[in-house]
Structure formats: structure tokens, C-alpha cells
Design a protein around this ligand. Structure first.
Ligand SMILES: Nc1ncnc2c1ncn2[C@@H]1O[C@H](COP(=O)(O)OP(=O)(O)OP(=O)(O)O)[C@@H](O)[C@H]1O
Ligand SMILES: [Mg+2]
Length: 387
């Protein structure tokens, strides 16, 4: 809301607009609990869109630190997906692959006359950078993973890119990085962070939120201190923002579970041979997946492994053995007697619900978890075919 005061109008500098607003929405939909990383990406993109970037350097340069499995790589993929329509459009350079100076030739090519010259395109040439440009977005997204493992030669290249936005290839051609978003990740301090997180297995009660905040602060300062110890001031000075990703608490993992269950549903719809199965996981089923998938040391990776093992792999078996087929609705619930997930298929040609006179102990509830308006449907046990 704008206030007017004697002909002067106060302005709201916190709002972003247009395509930057769309980017913010897409990132908030897919990345949980890391708003401090989303905000500078959106802001630098907004500044670029209106033409106010300083020029002669990349659009933005970020260093991401923090515990494993907290979204450092995912946010780069999600940015590529939102801007270029494809998470694979992020150009990833794994710095651990280039620890020896001679390996740099794979990145920038060899000088004319050297072995390997013109054998294959250097990984960081202009063609690679421009490859994923779309009609409307001429931006490249480059991710340097584990930069603490970069050799001195790679480090030298990196500094040039961050400072002047250019890279000189082996054959002296120049690569222009001035329309690139450059992301760097580092595992510096990760072991220390993992040690801080290790006693925190399982569900943290809400009363612990103060200690969660203190833990986040300790993790943040341990990341930043490790980076300042390891990296030179000239490197740190060239960064637009250092973000230490937060450990993912229970509420964040719960949201990520929903995102991942939607992703499983999408895969079921897209899988070949076409198998348009509809999946509903009950609240109890979700709680079980969360219990099995929570280990704060490993972030969301542990949860994704639990989903694969307990949900995706059984679904694959059901499809392969033709126990379920195109158009079936599968319900997944937790059975406390056997302490495992149970899978049900809804029988076809069900009578309408109002036609069914069911007693309470004859009914089973199926949770429609993946639709926007989540609902419970009461269905008599007799209509369910155990798979
Ligand atoms: N904050 C998050 N929001 C949504 N999904 C997440 C988040 N963090 C992790 N995930 C999920 O977990 C997966 C692994 O996370 P990611 O690869 O981003 O970890 P990372 O922080 O890069 O870890 P590492 O330091 O080990 O490389 C992602 O592909 C994504 O599905
Ligand atoms: Mg990563």
C-alpha cells in the first residue's frame, strides 16, 4: 500500500515484477526453506531485466555453502527450469574433475598445434553457453560444483570469469559470460555441520524451535568462516552473495514429501509404456515415509531414498507384473500391525457412494493426497481389491 504525504508518494522497493515475479513463484513452489537463497537470485535477475546490471561481468555470482542434501544443486536446476524450461539446461562443471592443470584443456581446449586441438568442443565454449537459449531468454546458467577442489589453473580461470565476465579459450577465442548466472557450491564446513546435526535424528518437537534457530546460526557462521579461511579475499570480494543453506527441519521435509509425491505422480502419468495410474497416499502413509526418511545429516536425499525404496520400487513391481494397469487408482496406507505400507487398488465399476450402506468397521478411507483440494473419501472395504 502506497502512502501519499504532501504530494510525495512513498514507494515500495520490496516488490519484484514481471518475469522476476514468475521466477520467484516457481522457485518458492519447488524449493523449501531456503528463502535467503531465492531472494538474491530473483533480485539480480530483476536488475538484469530492467537493464540496470553493472555490465562487463556476469549477471550474478553466488557461492552456496551448507549441509548436504539441502537444495544447493536443486535450486540451480529449478532456476534453469523456470527460465529456460529445462532443469538440464544448467551447465555443470564438477571442479573435482579438473584438479590437475592439464585437465583444464577439456574445459577451454588446447592451443592450435597441440594434441587434441579441435578434437571436441571445449566444455566452456560460447556454443555450450548459448545452447539452451530460448526465443525470449538469452541467459546461461553455469554451476561450478565443489570449487574448493579446483586446481590453481581452474581457479585462475574462475577469477577471470567473475571479474571481467570473459574467458579466453586455448585458441584465443573469447567466451562471453556477461549474460550468465554463475553459481558455485562448496562442501567447506560440511563435515563440521554434519557433526552439529548428528544428534538430531527423528522429529524435533516445536518447543525446540529456539535451539533450531541457534543451530542454524552456528551452521551459518561455520560455513562462512570456513569459506573465509579457505578462499582469498579477492575471490570473496567478487561474489554477489554467499548463502549458507539451512538444515531441513521436519516442516520442510513434510513439504518436500508433497513435492516428491507429486513428482512420482507425474512420472506415473508420463511413464512408458503409458500407464496413467493415479496415486493416493494416506496421512498415515505419509507420516511413515517421513519417519523412515528423516535423518537431518543427509537432508532431503534420505527422504528421496525412502520414497524410492518404499513407494516407487513397489509401484514398479506392480506395473511390471500387471497387477495394476492404465487408469487404475492406487491407494497407499500404513498398516500398523505389519509396520509397512500397504497398497490397494480401487475396484472398477463401483456403485455410487450413496448407494452403499456401509457400517463404520466396513469402511476404509482413501486419501486423495495429490490433488489441490485434498479430500477423504469413505469407501466400503468390499470395494477395495488388495493388490
Ligand atoms: N530445500 C529443498 N527443497 C526442495 N527439495 C529439496 C531441497 N533440498 C533438497 N531437495 C531434494 O533433495 C535432492 C538433493 O538435493 P541437492 O542435490 O540440491 O543437495 P545439495 O545441497 O546440492 O547437496 P550436496 O552438498 O551433497 O551436493 C534434490 O534433488 C531435491 O529433490
Ligand atoms: Mg549438490
Amino acid at each position: 500500500m502506497l502512502n501519499t504525504n504532501g504530494g510525495k508518494q512513498s514507494l515500495d522497493i520490496s516488490r519484484v515484477g514481471g518475469k522476476a515475479h514468475d521466477l520467484a513463484k516457481r522457485l518458492h513452489d519447488s524449493i523449501v526453506g531456503q528463502d535467503e537463497a531465492i531472494a538474491p537470485i530473483v533480485q539480480m535477475y530483476q536488475t538484469h531485466l530492467v537493464g540496470l546490471s553493472s555490465g562487463g561481468r556476469p549477471i550474478a555470482t553466488f557461492l552456496f555453502l551448507g549441509p548436504t542434501g539441502t537444495g544447493k544443486t536443486r535450486i540451480v536446476e529449478a532456476t534453469a527450469e523456470a527460465l529456460l524450461g529445462n532443469p538440464g539446461a544448467a551447465i555443470k562443471i564438477d571442479c573435482a574433475e579438473f584438479q590437475h592443470s592439464h585437465e583444464i584443456a577439456k574445459l577451454i581446449g588446447s592451443p592450435p598445434g597441440y594434441i587434441g586441438h579441435r578434437e571436441s568442443l571445449p566444455r566452456l565454449c560460447q556454443e555450450t553457453l548459448d545452447k539452451h537459449h530460448t526465443e525470449s531468454v538469452k541467459i546461461s546458467i553455469v554451476l561450478f560444483d565443489e570449487i574448493e577442489k579446483a586446481s590453481d589453473a581452474l581457479w585462475h580461470l574462475l577469477l577471470g570469469i567473475l571479474d571481467k565476465g570473459t574467458l579466453t579459450l586455448g585458441d584465443n577465442r573469447r567466451v562471453d559470460f556477461s549474460r550468465s548466472l554463475i553459481f558455485m557450491t562448496s562442501n567447506l564446513g560440511a563435515a563440521e555441520m554434519s557433526a552439529m546435526l548428528s544428534p538430531r535424528l527423528g522429529f524435533a518437537p516445536a518447543a525446540e524451535s529456539r535451539s533450531n534457530e541457534m543451530l542454524e546460526e552456528r551452521i551459518e557462521s561455520s560455513g562462512v568462516e570456513a569459506a573465509r579461511r579457505r578462499f582469498t579475499p579477492e575471490f570473496i570480494n567478487r561474489l554477489d552473495k554467499i548463502v549458507v543453506f539451512k538444515p531441513l527441519g521436519n516442516a520442510a521435509l513434510e513439504k518436500i514429501l508433497d513435492i516428491e509425491l507429486n513428482a512420482v505422480q507425474r512420472r506415473l502419468f508420463q511413464s512408458t509404456p503409458s500407464c496413467a495410474l493415479e496415486l493416493h497416499v494416506s496421512e498415515a502413509g505419509k507420516r511413515y515415509l517421513l519417519r523412515e526418511g528423516t535423518d537431518t545429516r543427509y537432508g532431503a536425499r534420505h527422504l528421496k531414498r525412502a520414497i524410492d525404496r518404499l513407494l516407487v520400487q513397489p509401484l514398479a513391481n506392480l506395473i511390471a507384473t500387471e497387477q495394476v494397469r492404465d487408469g487404475d487408482v492406487i491407494s497407499v496406507d500404513f498398516c500398523s500391525a505389519s509396520a509397512e505400507l500397504v497398497f490397494w487398488k480401487e475396484a472398477r465399476n463401483l456403485p455410487q457412494q450413496e448407494e452403499v450402506a456401509a457400517t463404520t468397521d466396513e469402511v476404509t478411507q482413501i486419501f486423495h493426497a495429490n490433488v489441490a483440494a485434498a479430500t477423504w473419501t469413505t469407501v466400503p472395504q468390499t470395494q477395495l481389491a488388495p493388490v
